[in-house]
Design a protein around this ligand. Structure first.
Ligand code: FAD
Length: 396
């Protein structure tokens, strides 16, 4: 049987639409993932740990806060940032999640809403990966409906006193600084503000979530705030009067990265399943020669190619002045669903071998359950897009 060299995954040559600088970023991050991260991922996924020793290397690559200007940040295009997120998630969603939280959910709000002193103090060490951040919006009783959050901040002299709890916080126990979203005032308070709460502040504790079957190589924690005194200079001044728009603007930046990243997870699954199918012999032929297997591979490949084109166009819009919330919702929703389906199909192509972690599809499949749920669940994005499509709100 003649077996020719297969076509590249990037059939529509999306790579050619990247500038030289964007291609360089992609290649450098890709090499980091192949050489530094992938040899470690199996061990960390099994142990439920994150390879913290790689964080300064990620900083040196300019990954953290990549699109931000000044303060040691790379000031790169949204497309370069997206390409980097795609490479990171080709490694593991945990790696991309770390970068998303550090950059989009912690550095971005400090850059956009922080005082000059906060920016100068926190952003340079965060860009270098010397200081880790996290983002606390979700609470035990408020996930998809964050407007109900109960964490309260009450002014007391030159400080605010914070009480409450945050749930499912990526990097929670690792973080040196947490962006905590709280309502200011007593029990009837409505105004939401962002606070920079530093590790070690009395009353501020983190407890890691045990027993996760998804995103195992990422640290996820509960945060408890029990009479935590936060100096008034740690309030993000620009969040005043914005309500939920401030945290939602951070989530938009992170969702943008997920729209690209999910394609990377799907690529890892496709490459693994394709290589396996070309070598695995059953009925005296490679299983890749069977039409049913070819159909599965083609469906996955087509999903990846469409996902790449969608991410690229989203990147162009973002670079031309900012993608809309609906555009970001559609790309996050479509690409994460595509990747989740792709991971499952690729696992299937690997047969029994697909259920062990020598091959990446099942790890990605498990991870993508979290990616499908966080940063707005698939359903919540459906409702947001449903509202955009019809002009009618079906949320409540
Ligand atoms: P719920 O809101 O309780 O939803 C449960 C189900 O009901 C879902 O299927 C949902 O789609 C559906 N549902 C809810 N409302 C509606 C509706 N109106 N119509 C139809 N269906 C609906 N949060 C942070 O703040 N910071 C982090 O760093 C962070 N990291 C995370 C890391 C991981 C691994 C995970 C799993 C979550 C993380 N989250 C984080 C929390 C995440 O954003 C929430 O899990 C998410 O918003 C959904 O909230 P929930 O889990 O409480 O689900």
């Amino acid at each position: 049987m003649k077996i020719a060299t297969p076509a590249p995954v990037d059939l529509f040559q999306v790579q050619d639409r990247l500038s030289d600088e964007e291609r360089l970023v992609r290649r450098a991050v890709g090499r980091f993932v192949d050489e530094r991260f992938l040899p470690l991922v199996q061990r960390h996924f099994r142990a439920g740990t994150f390879p913290l020793e790689l964080v300064p290397e990620m900083g040196a690559l300019g990954i953290f806060g990549m699109t931000l200007e000044g303060y040691g940040c790379a000031g790169a295009s949204a497309i370069a940032y997206g390409a980097a997120m795609q490479e990171l998630e080709r490694g593991d969603s945990a790696l991309r999640s770390f970068a998303s939280v550090q950059g989009a959910l912690c550095m971005y709000p400090i850059h956009a809403y922080g005082s000059e002193a906060q920016r100068a103090r926190f952003l340079p060490p965060m860009a270098r990966g010397e200081l880790i951040g996290c983002f606390g919006l979700t609470e035990p009783d408020f996930g998809s409906d964050p407007g109900g959050l109960r964490t309260r901040a009450v002014r007391d002299g030159d400080a605010y006193v914070l009480d409450g709890a945050k749930a499912w916080i990526t990097n929670g126990s690792l973080a040196d600084v947490a962006v905590i979203w709280a309502k200011v005032g007593g029990p009837d308070a409505r105004a939401i503000r962002g606070f920079l709460v530093e590790k070690g502040t009395p009353g501020f504790t983190a407890r890691d979530v045990e027993g996760k079957l998804s995103l195992r190589a990422s640290v996820t924690s509960e945060l408890h705030l029990d009479g935590v005194r936060v100096p008034a200079e740690n309030v993000l001044p620009g969040t005043e009067g914005l309500g939920l728009r401030a945290p939602l603007s951070c989530l938009s930046k992170a969702r943008y990265g997920i729209a690209w990243g999910a394609v990377g997870a799907a690529i890892a699954c496709f490459e693994s399943a394709r290589a396996y199918a070309r070598e695995r012999i059953q009925f005296a032929r490679p299983i890749a020669s069977f039409q049913l297997v070819q159909e599965k591979l083609v469906d996955v490949w087509e999903g990846i190619v469409k996902g790449q084109l969608l991410a690229l166009r989203l990147g162009e819009l973002e670079d031309q002045g900012g993608a809309t919330a609906a555009q970001i919702s559609m790309a996050k929703r479509a690409n994460v669903r595509m990747a989740r389906d792709a991971a499952r199909t690729c696992r299937e192509i690997l047969g029994a071998a697909g259920i062990v972690d020598d091959h990446p599809p099942m790890r990605h499949m498990a991870n993508l359950e979290s990616v499908y749920t966080y940063e707005g669940t698939h359903d919540v994005h459906t409702l947001a897009l449903g509202r955009a499509a019809t002009g009618i709100d079906a949320f409540t």
